[in-house]
Design a protein around this ligand. Structure first.
Ligand code: UDP
Length: 210
């Protein structure tokens, strides 16, 4: 969950359904955590797609899990698979597919994933494209877990650098990304609107329960 998805859920009922139907939502962005604190219903911490992926790889290396990588460019996907095999020797990359395919290829890709039955399907198609794709095929993928991880394969592959720890600790990772990828500025305009809406939002009993 990040502010962009939260805002999109206000008018996109399908996306709202996907979010409500997810088994696990993590706070991908300090905006979500801050708003939870201001509303006195604090989330324990931020867990980005990248944090989640690295933790899964660590656990996968201990438990010998299999991974299927879906998303990012062909070069990034290949490099990410090589890095994972070198750094997490007991985690196995059983398949991969770059993320710039035509929807007519969905059936082939779903069949390939189902045949390989990965423990973890890592979907790096950007949000919310990844979440929509997982939702559309979740019953046929035969993956134990499917998780959207945003642009994390670029970080695993080393093509994009994650903000240094000090920026992360100061909750300024969004600013670091903006400086390094200025084309993202338009997307970040959503942040102040999200903050305003979130603070004004009145819980309805039903929404509160869900
Ligand atoms: N991507 C993809 N297919 C697409 C669009 C994007 O595989 O059709 C990949 C892109 O190469 C990048 C990731 O999805 O690796 C999106 O990264 P971004 O930083 O935009 O995602 P966010 O973290 O903001 O969700």
């Amino acid at each position: 969950m990040n502010p962009e998805i939260a805002m999109a859920c206000r008018h996109d009922r399908q996306l709202r359904g996907i979010v409500d139907g997810a088994d696990l939502l993590t706070a991908d962005g300090i905006g979500i955590v801050m708003v939870s604190r201001l509303r006195r219903d604090p989330l324990p911490e931020r867990v980005t797609g990248c944090d989640l992926l690295f933790e899964l790889l660590e656990a996968g290396s201990r438990e010998r899990w299999s991974f299927y990588l879906l998303g990012a460019s062909e070069a990034t996907s290949k490099r990410a698979a090589d890095v994972i095999e070198a750094r997490y020797p007991r985690a196995k990359v059983v398949g991969r597919q770059h993320g710039f395919f035509d929807p007519s290829e969905d059936e082939r890709i779903v069949a390939d994933i189902a045949a390989k039955r990965p423990d973890v399907l890592v979907v790096a198609l950007g949000a919310p494209k990844a979440e929509r794709w997982i939702h559309a095929y979740r019953d046929r993928l035969r993956a134990a877990v499917a998780v959207g991880v945003g642009g994390s394969l670029d970080i695993v592959a080393g093509t994009v650098r994650r903000a240094p720890r000090i920026w992360q600790r100061l909750h300024a990772e969004w600013l670091y990304r903006l400086i390094n990828q200025p084309s993202r500025w338009r997307r970040q305009l959503i942040l102040p609107r999200f903050a305003l809406q979130a603070l004004r939002y009145k819980d309805k009993p039903r929404a509160r329960r869900s």
